[in-house]
Every structure is written in C-alpha cells, then in structure tokens.
Design a protein around this ligand. Sequence first.
Ligand code: BG6
Length: 491
Amino acid sequence: TDTKYTFPKGFLWGGATAANQIEGAWNEGGKGVSVADVQKFRNPQGLKELNNIKKNTDITDEMIEEALKSDDETLYPKRHGIHYYEKYKEDIALFAEMGFKAYRFSVAWSRVVPNGDDDINEEGLDFYSNVVDECLKYGIEPIITLSHYELPLHLATAYNGWNDRRLIGFFEKYVQAVVDRLGDRVKYWLTFNEVDSILRHPFMTGGLIESRFEKDEFQEVLYRAMHNQLVASAKVTKYIHQKYPQSKVGCMTTKLTYYPYTCKPEDVLAVQQKMRQVYAFADVQVFGEYPAYLRVKFQKEGMDVGMTEEDKQVLKENTVDFVSFSYYQSSCMAANEAGLELTSGNTTIGVKNPYLPSSEWGWQIDPIGLRISLSDLYDRYRKPLMVVENGLGAKDILTDDKKVHDDYRIAYFKGHIQAMAQAINDDGVELMGYTTWGPIDLLSNSTLQMSKRYGFIYVDLDDFGQGTYNRYKKDSFDWYKKVIQTNGESA
Ligand code: BG6
C-alpha cells in the first residue's frame, strides 16, 4: 500500500562532509595545522595495501617533522581538499538545487583556535558564520560536527592529545566560541565524529602518537583519552543546552555491523564482544554511565582513566538528545580468523561475507544491514536516530560531454533508502534524517584518494592534485533531487 514507504514530514534529507576533507586553505585565514594536514599520501597500489587503514592513519614524531618541513600539497592532500574554502557558495548552491533540507559539516578546531590552546581566531568563526548563512539562505538546516578527525596538531605534539585532561578545557573553550557565534542559527550539533574510532585510530581520532608510549601502557592511554572525550562531550552538551534550550545535541557513532561467520557460539560471542566495545561510547553518551563490562575491565586490568566523582555526575546529567551514526557496509567475524579471507570496511577489517557484493575497495554492500542497524540502535537507545553518513566510494568516469553515468551509486542509495523506509514503517524506528556521505567528491579519509568518489557532484581533480577543480553533476544528482522532492517515494 501507499503507506508502506513513506518518510516522516520534515525528514532531513541532505549530505555530509568534514572540513579536513574538503576545505583546503590549510594555512590561510589564520588556521593552524591539524592532524589531518600531516597525513601523507602513499599512492597505494592494489586492494591489500589500500586496506591497510591502520598504516594509513598511524604516525610518528619523525613523520610529523618531515611533514612540517614540506610544503608539497600533493603529498599532503588534505591541505588542498577540493578548494571548498573558496568555492563553498557554489557548492551549497548545488546542494540547494538538489533540494537539500540539511547539510552536515564540521568546524575545524584549528581554524577557530589555531593551536588548540591559544586565542580564538575570529576569521575562522567568520568563515563558518558565512557558511551557516549560505545554508539558511536556501532553507537548508545546518548540522554541525564539532570534531571530525581534525584536532589541532599542537595538542597532539605538546600534550599527547586526548590523553591529557587539559584538553577537556581547551575543547570547551573552542566549542563555547563556536556556539556563542553560531548558536542563534544552528539547531543540531554533534560532538565527536565516530567517537568509538579512537580505539582503532588513535592519532586521527585522539591525537595519540603511539610510539611515544610504552606498549603495555597504551591500552590505558586509549581508554583515558576515551574518557576525557566523553567528559568533554558531556560538558559541551550542557553548555549548548543551557545557552540554547531548543537545540538538539547528538552523539555520532560508527555503526559497525558484524555477522557471526558461522553459527558456532564462539563466533556469536566474538561478535557480541566486538559490538559492545563499539557501543560502549554511545552507551555512555545516551545512558550517562559506563557499561558494566568496561567497569569490570578497568578494575580487573588495573586501568586508571582518571575518573572523578564530578566526571560521573557530568556524564549522568548531560546525555544526548538523539543518536547519529555512519553506516556503509557490514562484515563477518569469527573467533578464529585463520585461513579466512579478510576484507576492509569503514575504519575496520573483517571477514568476507560470501553472500554480499563488495565495492572496489572491498566494502561489502548490504542495505539489509542498515535496517538491522537501525533496529539495533533504536531498540537499544530508544532515542531518535539520524543516519549522518552512508554512501558508495567508487571510481567514476567523466565522459567527453562532462557527464558521469553512476547507476551503481544510484542502486546503492536506492537499496539503503528502501531499507530506511522499512525500518520506519515496519519496525517503528524514529528516524530524523539522512545525510549521505560526500554529496560532492572529496578526499577519502582512509586512503587520501580523490579517485574514491562518493558525490552526486563530480570534482575534476585526481589523486596527484591535478585538475581544474571544476564541478559537474552526475546522473545521481538528478536522481537524488527527485528522491528529496518526493520525500523518498521515488527511491
Ligand atoms: C567515515 C568518516 O569513517 O567514513 C569519514 O567519518 C570518511 O570522514 C567516511 O570519509 C568514508 O571513508 P573513506 O575512507 O572512504 O573516506
């Protein structure tokens, strides 16, 4: 029947980006250096090397020194991005042409507080204020991520990143400046992007340079950094709520969806243990307290994350209003992975699922997994949900007449939008919105490639920084426009 696939009135259709993957202008407008600006492009060959995500995001002091001496933007591609800093009006106009109701973007901390511990850079705030106004001009609701893999580098090198409790105060000062400036026009805030990823990508997420620590103390460092981020998140949630009571603050988690490779209880247990490690972060942000398994772990392993009574109270009193997440793919897990074929996924590696097709980067395409994920999260948290990242990284071909026939991307979105419709209509999930990842081609976070394209809009730029930076509409552009126009019915 007609009621089968309807989306709620006011559903927030749109797209999502992160400052460090689009803006460029890494040392302009008073911006300081961020951890993303020292990430080096390695021109990966072959799937295996591409998928070594850990290697792509790990870094040493020597690598940072080398990066700081270099002014080569092609080696450090996040320094040039897609020139959004100068072209944002053109890009937002294209989003508006698609009919976007919402645009999720991040504020780069290092553009607002260049070194993280110094003074506010008004020019940085001016930029984001202009971006917000540009969105509102078209009736696009801004959704702001306050931290998306772009910590000021100085906080990593001088303080050991989020291992140091002083970062809580620095983060508060930065967020207060952003909220004071933009809060009159912005309703939706996300604190830390993929907050759980600190365990997988210590430098990118937490500014932790692993080689500086003893091997056997590093676990404690990771969990301390986690704790400090969670307290910081709760403190800024409090600030936003107090200053603008109508605002909504969300957590943002990586929705990793794993299936047991077999029905062996050991495989099922492996999945459960992995998932509670991922959920632990949002658990704290939604329920205001640590899950039992982590409390036991800290105690048994003698880990001191520096939790005070005041921290406990701050966490308890300042929980989030909604739960947002990224979902791209699913994978399998086995208690014993020896001899099994592995494949990569969003910031992870997993066992290959024989029943699913994969993208060119090995990410397994699974729309049903999105429905499962939505139900998992809604049953667990009973909070409104928002899918704030979903999309297909693929190689596109720009034809001579400047078109891109990306039917594979349309098929991917179609499947996932239908899965959301089922979750809403059949499972009763409360879903506020859907912002696809990279509505305009941008730099890949994991591989730093331009050739891994997610957009409805093609950007003429290759992996080596060559191209005009011109924008062209792909076939998916018109398709998504129609989806939004019909509030999801045409998908
Ligand atoms: C998410 C990140 O992990 O996945 C984004 O929040 C990232 O920053 C996206 O770009 C897609 O991953 P990738 O590695 O293909 O860019």
